[in-house]
Design a protein around this ligand. Structure first.
Ligand code: CDT
Length: 316
């Protein structure tokens, strides 16, 4: 039985540092309206969709750093997005930076939430694979200070049953790691939604600069195919405060094929009908984990080589 969910990838062009939240939220709502006209059930926004991607800069002032974070969700600036979604009867996935005080101390996370068609938050994910460094890198044209500004996410990779399927979230660098998809794949995920802020230039690895778009799609297409799931990857792209970022947001079928893709480097909506039932044949045949995974063998080699330790080790 087909289970079509119409998914919109809502790519964003640059967000100027000075653009107020209200204006950013207005851009998001505009794209939601476009998506709704195209029949979408769910809109997928990018990583840290409410602000410029501040981990690219060294920030010493605590108040300035905090200004990029949300203390509540929804808050006064984001409430209109929730209201619009409820009014249109459309779900969404939003990436933002979260200030959390629930443990009694201030914690910062790179976060994504999943909101259903009634405007209720049904899931939250905090980024696990934080790229970059904790200290300023002299000589680099821009920084990647996520390890300084965020804690590692503490919610794992959950999957939620909502809006007609099993939904999972990831954030940017997570998409490069097979574990991200596999942990959700083991829970039967059918649609993985993620956003990314990926510079075209990697100062730590400049020799790979012309492979940025290729590696972006390679990671997500493999994750989709090897776990029999739809994947939607959505960029913040174009030149943002001097940092050029890749686009090519796309929607990927469980076959690993790209079925819709953005072609600009600006605010753009790409839509695809994602039949969640297409996951079934992959999950029940070639990637039937219960039948074909051989975890006992993975364990043996990990023990012998030490590669199972967090840092890994060269094989003996
Ligand atoms: N935001 C984020 O996670 N960015 C990283 C940059 C890594 S440099 C290639 C990413 O994986 O795209």
């Amino acid at each position: 039985m087909p289970r079509p969910v119409i998914v919109a990838a809502a790519q964003m062009g640059p967000i100027p540092k000075t653009q107020p939240r209200q204006e950013v939220v207005a851009r998001l709502i505009q794209m939601m309206e476009r998506a709704k006209k195209m029949g979408a059930d769910i809109v997928v926004y990018t990583e840290a969709a409410l602000t410029a991607f501040f981990p690219h800069w060294w920030i010493e002032d605590e108040a300035e750093l905090d200004s990029y974070f949300e203390r509540e969700m929804p808050g006064p600036a984001t409430q209109p997005l929730f209201d619009a979604a409820r009014k249109m009867g459309i779900g969404f996935k939003l990436g933002y930076c979260e200030l959390d005080f629930s443990t009694g101390k201030k914690r910062r996370f790179n976060t994504a939430i999943l909101v259903d068609k009634q405007g209720r938050i049904v899931g939250k994910y905090r980024k696990v694979h934080l790229p970059g460094v904790t200290d300023y890198k002299p000589g680099y044209p821009f920084q990647n200070l996520e390890k300084r500004y965020f804690e590692v996410g503490d919610l794992g990779f959950p999957v939620w049953e909502t809006m007609g399927g099993k939904m999972g979230l990831a954030i940017c660098n997570d998409r490069r790691w097979p574990e991200t998809y596999r942990v959700m794949g083991l829970q039967g995920v059918e649609l993985v939604m993620l956003g990314y802020n990926t510079p075209t230039h990697n100062p730590a690895m400049p020799e790979t600069d012309d492979l940025g778009n290729f590696h972006n799609h390679l990671s997500m297409q493999s994750g989709a195919y090897q776990n029999g799931t739809w994947v939607v990857g959505v960029a913040k792209c174009g030149v943002e405060e001097g940092v050029d970022q890749i686009g090519q947001s796309c929607i990927i079928a469980p076959s690993g094929e790209i079925v819709a893709q953005c072609t600009t480097l600006d605010d753009e909506v790409a839509v695809a009908v994602c039949d969640l039932d297409r996951c079934k044949s992959y999950k029940e045949s070639i990637f039937n984990f219960a039948k074909h995974r051989r975890t006992e063998h993975y364990g043996l080699i990990l023990e012998r080589t030490g590669a199972g330790s967090p840092l890994g080790k060269a094989p003996v």
